[in-house]
Structures are given as structure tokens and as C-alpha cells.
Design a protein around this ligand. Structure first.
Ligand SMILES: Cc1cc2nc3c(=O)[nH]c(=O)nc-3n(C[C@H](O)[C@H](O)[C@H](O)COP(=O)(O)OP(=O)(O)OC[C@H]3O[C@@H](n4cnc5c(N)ncnc54)[C@H](O)[C@@H]3O)c2cc1C
Ligand code: SF4
Length: 445
């Protein structure tokens, strides 16, 4: 046993690794929803009414024919079910793991409305896509080459979905990403317990089996290439850049030791070969109310932090994180404080306390203050678009019309970097796919 795992425990002060017994990490970061077996899948599929005008379909941003794929599972053809899903959503495997189904398809399911218990659409989707991928099958074939070349910048869900759909239509794709690995936030952002066993990379490899896509990582737009050069060298360009910058709290001393961006912490966690070596505080404070804040708080707790407090400036009902996510955090022991915003960071060199002030519903300060002890603070108050020389913006994102057309001719955008839409994996896939169809139409005249 390593020295740090002997000497550190949950009570140790500071930001240290190895707070838990070595075996606890695997247990804590195991699959959040273990996969259904064949029998469980048949039982779950049997609950579907195969509704005409099914509300679950319209609630899905990629409009998967849910009753059809569930019927295909019920009749013992999960591979056909997978093709139904993947035709609409090529990252159906990841979306089955990460979609907030409780606010999308499963919320709309008639069995949820009638009985408070939806058909397990997400888990059935995972069952069928996993079955197909485990067989190593790629169920799509490319059309004859068109001779057209398209550059896709950003290999996250939007870029991957766009590249796959264009490759399917016979175009040649160059997919660039600034990171070392493709996948975007599937690889660097999603909570570890939602996508275990390196699924994000397996899915990218599987997706690339379509052919016609070259991937170049470590290539940044604005540093290694310009938009003008891409427009010159390719027939069309798709930007799926995501939101690479992080909003600041705007407080003095917000760079004290122990203060970090939640997305950086999560990326480090996702890339860690050994979680017992990842340092974590004893008293952790997370500031924010969305999925990133919840994921940082839950994973800090799972790494062995003794006290994790998530503080959000508005009321609980205004949190962007879904009820399921909030309940998950509470079940792991995360303490959630609402209607409070940070006003000062205290500590000599390193953070020791964060001071908050309670707020009214309209965010006006009430004058009542409190302090939370903290040796580590994660800021999760939103991400922003990064980069210069981009097409015209609408607010803080790239302005688009129709299926992702930007202000620059032959340049499309989609996913988190584009204005409109929710910042979800499934929305990014839908936007990448729809932009690809529009690019295809415009290229083929
Ligand atoms: C911590 C966290 C947890 C989340 N959890 C969930 C969840 O559970 N469920 C869910 O539905 N959604 C979740 N989301 C949201 C979801 O991950 C995003 O909506 C989705 O990944 C957006 O896809 P995208 O392709 O637009 O962008 P991204 O996934 O961000 O991918 C953008 C890619 O572009 C690359 N890039 C950026 N700039 C450049 C450049 N200049 N040159 C080259 N490459 C560049 C980046 O390296 C990156 O690979 C989460 C987000 C975060 C931050
Ligand atoms: S709404 Fe529910 S019951 Fe109806 S088709 Fe969709 S999953 Fe089946």
C-alpha cells in the first residue's frame, strides 16, 4: 500500500490524494446505471404502449422513433433497434448514458404521466446500442465519393455527428480538435460514473468506422489554422467549438491556492489513471447551480472530501441541474445551499473560507452573511465561447440561422458554441446532424 493512502483520510486537512481505501474508488465511480440484461430489457420493453403520435418522440431533440426501437427490442432484434436509434443519433450510446431523460423522453412518456413510472427509454437505448457495438458492427455504408471536402473544427458531439453524416453522404472530412483526444466533453467533461470503461473513446473509434474522416488532434483554430485558410482549402466548414472559456466570479482573491474551475477539476479526474492520486480538499465548496456544479460536487464527495457544500445564488427551482441530478447529489451527501452568492474569499495564500451573502429571489443582497470553511473551491458559474475572428455573434455565441448557417458564407456552426438550443449532448448531436444535411444539400446544389 502506498504511503499517502496510509497516512491520509477524510479528516486530513488541506488538498491531498488518497483519502479513501484503495478499493473504494472503483466502487464509488462504478456505472451509475448498470446495464440491463436480456431479461430485464424484455420486461422493460413490455411496458411500452407503442403510442400513436408518441410524445416521447417529440420530447427527444434527435427525434428517435422510440416506440419502434422498443418494439424491435421486444421482438428480440436489439441490433435493428440500435440502427433505428443511430440513424437519428449517431452518439445514441453516449446519449443513453448522459441524457437527462427525466426532463426529456421519460418525462413525456404516458406511463410517467399516468403512473409516475416511465418506460426506461434511456436504459433500453443503451441496451440496444451496446449490443450492436459489442458485436463490432457499424450498420451504415458510405455513399459513392462526391469529391467534396469539408473541414469540421471540434470533435465533440456536434462535430462528430456532423462529420459522420457528411461522410455517410460520400464527402471527405478533415476533423480537427485542439485537445489530445477527440470526444469533446464526452471525453473531458461528463461525470466519470456516467461513462465508465473508456466508452467515449470506444464510441469515437466505432463512429469513425464509417470511413472518409481523418482526425487531427492538437490542432487549434486561431493558433494552427485560420478560418480563412479553411474556407480556402475546403468546400465547407463546420464549427463545433463548444464553450472553452470559464466565467469568473469577479471577486478579489479568486485565484488563491485551492480555487479552481470545476471543468478543469472534472477534466483532470476524467483523465486520471489512478483516482487515489488525485488531490481533493477536506472541505470543498462548489459555486454554481448547473450540471457542472453538481458533477464537481458529487465527484469531490466520491473522492473522499469530508464536507462538500454547493452554493447557488437563486432558489432550488431555478437550478439548471435536473431534479434527478440534485437528488443524486443529496444522496451522496452533498449539502446544497440556495439563495446565496459569494462576496469574499478569505485565507492567507490559500483559501480558508468563502463568505456568502443571502439573496432575495430577485438576487438583491439581504445583508445577512455567513462563511463556509474551504480548502478547495470549484467555480461552476458557466462557460463561454473562446476565440477570435469567428463569424458574427448573437450575444456570447455564434449567430446561426436555419440549420446552423453563420454570417460567413460556407461556414456552419452547431452545438454549445451556437446561439439557441440547450447545452446538452443530445442537442449538440441534433445540431451537428442537421447542419450536415444542410451542408450536403448546398454542396450538391
Ligand atoms: C462538466 C459537464 C458535465 C456535463 N454533463 C452533461 C450530461 O450529463 N448530459 C448532457 O446531456 N450534457 C452534459 N453536459 C453538456 C454537454 O457536454 C455539452 O452540451 C456537449 O458536449 C456540447 O457538445 P459540443 O460538440 O458542442 O462541444 P464540446 O463537447 O465542448 O466539444 C467541443 C470541441 O471543440 C474543441 N475546440 C474548441 N475550440 C477549438 C479550437 N479553437 N480549435 C480546435 N478545436 C477546438 C474542443 O477541444 C472540444 O473537443 C455537461 C457539460 C459539462 C461542462
Ligand atoms: S410515450 Fe412511453 S409508452 Fe408511449 S411510446 Fe413512448 S415510451 Fe412507449
Amino acid at each position: 500500500m502506498r504511503e499517502d493512502s496510509v497516512t491520509q483520510n477524510q479528516l486530513s486537512p488541506g488538498v491531498v490524494p488518497g483519502r479513501l481505501d484503495p478499493g473504494a474508488y472503483d466502487e464509488n465511480f462504478a456505472d451509475l446505471h448498470p446495464p440491463l440484461d436480456d431479461h430485464e430489457a424484455l420486461v422493460a420493453a413490455d411496458r411500452c404502449y407503442f403510442c400513436h403520435d408518441a410524445p416521447c418522440i417529440t420530447a427527444c431533440p434527435t427525434e428517435i422513433d422510440i416506440p419502434l426501437f422498443i418494439r424491435q427490442i421486444a421482438t428480440g432484434t436489439p441490433e435493428a433497434a440500435a440502427k433505428t436509434i443511430l440513424t437519428q443519433n449517431i452518439l445514441g450510446g453516449m446519449c443513453a448514458r448522459v441524457c437527462p431523460t427525466e426532463t426529456l423522453c421519460e418525462e413525456a412518456c404516458v406511463r410517467e404521466i399516468a403512473e409516475g413510472k416511465p418506460v426506461l427509454i434511456g436504459q433500453l437505448q443503451r441496451y440496444s446500442t451496446d449490443t450492436l457495438m459489442e458485436k463490432g458492427e457499424h450498420p451504415f455504408n458510405r455513399a459513392a465519393p462526391t469529391g467534396k471536402r469539408v473541414a469540421v473544427v471540434g470533435a465533440g458531439p456536434a462535430g462528430l455527428a456532423c462529420a459522420h453524416r457528411l461522410a455517410l453522404h460520400g464527402h471527405e472530412l478533415a476533423l480537427y480538435d485542439g485537445h489530445d483526444k477527440p470526444g469533446g466533453l464526452n471525453e473531458y467533461g461528463i461525470a466519470a460514473y456516467k461513462t465508465v470503461d473508456d466508452f467515449a473513446q470506444d464510441e469515437v473509434e466505432w463512429l469513425l468506422e464509417i470511413g472518409g474522416i481523418t482526425v487531427e488532434t492538437g490542432q487549434r483554430l486561431g493558433r494552427d489554422m485560420s478560418l480563412a485558410a479553411l474556407r480556402e482549402g475546403f468546400d465547407a466548414v463546420f464549427l463545433g467549438l463548444g464553450l472553452g472559456a470559464v466565467n469568473a466570479l469577479g471577486l478579489e482573491d479568486e485565484d488563491k491556492d485551492g480555487m479552481a474551475d470545476a471543468v478543469d477539476f472534472i477534466a483532470d479526474l476524467r483523465q486520471a489513471a489512478d483516482l487515489s492520486r488525485l488531490p481533493i480538499g477536506r472541505d470543498v465548496v462548489v459555486i454554481g447551480g448547473g450540471m457542472t456544479a453538481i458533477d464537481a460536487a458529487v465527484q469531490a464527495k466520491l473522492l473522499g472530501a469530508l464536507n462538500v457544500t454547493l452554493v447557488y445564488r437563486r432558489g432550488r427551482d431555478r437550478m439548471n441541474a435536473s431534479r434527478f441530478e440534485r437528488d443524486l447529489a443529496a444522496s451522496k451527501g452533498v449539502h446544497i445551499v440556495t439563495n446565496a452568492q459569494p462576496v469574499a474569499v478569505h485565507g492567507n495564500g490559500a483559501v480558508r473560507e468563502v463568505e456568502f451573502e443571502y439573496t432575495d429571489d430577485d438576487l438583491s443582497p439581504t445583508g445577512a452573511r455567513f462563511r463556509l470553511p474551504a480548502d478547495q473551491v470549484f467555480k461552476a458559474i458557466g462557460q463561454a465561447l473562446e476565440g477570435e475572428g469567428l463569424p458574427r455573434l448573437d450575444g456570447r455565441k455564434i449567430a446561426v440561422t436555419g440549420a446552423g448557417r453563420t454570417s460567413v458564407e460556407r461556414v456552419w456552426a452547431g452545438g454549445d458554441c451556437a446561439a439557441g438550443g440547450e447545452d446538452l449532448t443530445v442537442t449538440a448531436v441534433a445540431e451537428g446532424r442537421d447542419a450536415a444535411e444542410d451542408i450536403h444539400k448546398s454542396l450538391m446544389g
